[in-house]
Design a protein around this ligand. Structure first.
Ligand code: GSH
Length: 200
C-alpha cells in the first residue's frame, strides 16, 4: 500500500500513527506529497490534492483520515481504535468529533497565516483563535474522564495532534494555564507512535 502524506499535516499524522500502532510499516510505503502547488504531479494521483491519501493493495485510492484510519485499523480484524462497541457510545463519540472540529479550526488558522500578510483575514484568525480557546476550556474539563485516559483511542490521537499542530505552527501552546490538559498532553506525547510521528 502507498500512503501519501505531508509531515506537517495533523490528519496525515493520524494515518501515520495508525500505520505504527497496527504494525503495518512493512506493508505501507509512506510517500511525501507536494500539496498546495499549482500543477503538482500529486494531483494526477489524488485529484483532491489533500493528504492523507491511501492506495490499497487492490489499487483502490481513498482519502480522508477518518476513512483511512478505520481501514488500516480493520485490516487485522481487530479494530482497536474503531471498536464496533464504541460506534454507538455517544459519550465517547462526542469527544472524538469535538477533537476533530477543534483540529479543523486550528488548521484554518494555520492556513490563513500561511497566506501573504495582506491576504489574511483578521476576522477569520480571531474567530479561530477564540474557537480553539473555548474548546480547550471544554477539554480541560473532560480530559480526566476515563474515556480520555488509558489506552489511546481516536479521540486521544485527534486531540493530541490538534494541540501539537497548534504548538508547532505558531498558534501557541493551548495547554498553558490548563493544568489538566497539559498533564494529559504530556502523557499522550509519550506514546511511541506520537513520538515517532512528531512534526519537524
Ligand atoms: N478531512 C480531511 C482533511 C485533510 C486536509 O485538509 N489536509 C490538508 C493538510 S492538513 C491538505 O491536504 N491540504 C492541501 C490542500 O488543501 O490542497 C482529513 O481528515 O483527511
Amino acid at each position: 500500500m502507498k500512503l501519501y502524506v505531508t509531515f506537517t499535516s495533523p490528519y496525515a499524522r493520524l494515518a501515520r500513527i495508525l500505520v505504527l500502532e497496527k504494525a503495518l510499516e512493512d506493508r505501507v510505503e509512506i510517500i511525501a506529497a507536494k500539496t498546495r502547488a499549482t500543477n503538482s504531479p500529486y494531483y494526477q494521483i489524488n485529484p483532491s490534492g489533500r493528504v492523507p491519501y491511501l492506495i490499497n493493495d487492490s489499487g483502490v485510492g481513498m482519502e480522508d483520515s477518518q476513512l483511512i484510519c478505520a481501514y488500516l485499523d480493520s485490516l487485522d480484524g481487530k479494530p482497536r481504535f474503531h471498536d464496533p462497541r464504541r460506534q454507538t457510545d455517544w459519550a465517547y463519540q462526542r469527544l472524538e468529533f469535538a477533537a476533530r472540529n477543534m483540529c479543523e479550526g486550528i488548521c484554518v488558522w494555520v492556513r490563513e497565516m500561511a497566506r501573504p500578510p495582506d491576504e489574511r483575514s483578521p476576522t477569520v484568525l480571531a474567530h479561530e483563535l477564540a474557537r480553539a480557546q473555548r474548546m480547550a476550556d471544554e477539554f480541560e474539563g473532560c480530559v480526566a474522564d476515563p474515556l480520555m485516559q488509558g489506552e489511546p483511542t481516536m479521540a486521544h490521537l485527534t486531540l493530541a495532534v490538534a494541540l501539537d499542530v497548534a504548538a508547532k505552527r505558531g498558534f501557541g501552546d493551548i495547554t498553558v494555564a490548563r493544568p489538566q490538559l497539559a498533564a494529559w498532553m504530556r502523557s499522550v506525547s509519550e506514546f511511541p507512535s506520537m513520538k515517532r510521528t512528531a512534526p519537524p
